[in-house]
Write a protein that binds this ligand. Sequence first.
Ligand code: TXA
Ligand code: MG
Length: 342
Amino acid sequence: MQTKFFKIGSNNDDENIRCVGEILKSGGLVGIPTETVYGLAANALDENAVAKIFRAKGRPQDNPLIVHIADFEDIYKLAKDVPSDAVLLANKFWPGPLTIILKSRDIVPKSVSAGLDTVAIRMPSHPVARQIIRSAGVPLAAPSANISGMPSPTTAQHVMDDLNGKIDAVVDGGECSVGLESTVITLCKSPPKLLRPGKITPQELISVLGELDVDSSVLDKLPDNITPSSPGMKYKHYSPKANVIIIRGELENFIKYVNDNKKSGVMALCFDGEQKDMPVASLCFGQKSSATQQAHNLFNALREIDSLGANTVYVRCPKSDGIGLAVFNRLLRAAEFEVIDV
Ligand code: TXA
Ligand code: MG
């Protein structure tokens, strides 16, 4: 299939968005920009369209999808029960990078929720994403628009790299501002539980909810016999082809470790300003003190490491508080939990 490419920012925007809405209405797949990462969107209420998402990404069937809405009222069409905490969270953080899990209505196809009785809902803040949802006239199921297991796409080019020829269209709305996927919280547990950290931090959620549990899968590898609360957490994720290893410790110890282990194909992923001291080829992913920058740059850096042909990459360990929790969570998965203390 020929993948159409629409670039936003011209006189044709209205016509292009209308055209993308038509593709989605008729059951097609479109890569769309959001503030977090690019999503692979389809009509969330059309079982056949949703099935195509799983095929295009090579996504396991038991991993449910997030449903994207443009107007708060649409939450009532998807969720059976909208507790006051959901309204409080939406008032504070929507539109924005927060996904809320609620009990689902029957209108949500089983494939969207992967057989669970819950549905994950998010209202993105990217204006183009909301225009596309309104143009389609239906809620849109959209996982990250990457081949399953690869780092999530933060540019339209990343989506083309992974899915060109497999989907109907890609909309280029520029680079994603956040760079990591939304924070996922379930209100189907008491107290509410954080399933995936993101730009909206645990502290911000607690300021609204009063209390919050953090799922053990956020920082720990799940034992094989446990059913995860968020099925996505059990898969190897966000990985470039290179073997990722997190090295935790002071800069001088990191440099010594990399130097002792350098051979062909070894690279380092470090903080800004540290490249000059690296004994191997390196990339940087933001200032040591800025988790926001690290979140913005991480997935692009992981993709670049592959394009440079690295087979092993040693990564500086970020701080794990605030937005840093999301950065560390994604890196842990990319590294399959391999952390070496130096
Ligand atoms: O920022 C984002 O959330 C992006 C953009 C495109 O909106 N989307 C995204 O989707 O990251 P995806 O499919 O890559 O990740 C969805 C995560 C998975 O970990 C999945 O298991 C979890 O949300 N999830 C979805 N529905 C769920 C449910 N009903 N119960 C528990 N976890 C759920
Ligand atoms: Mg994903």
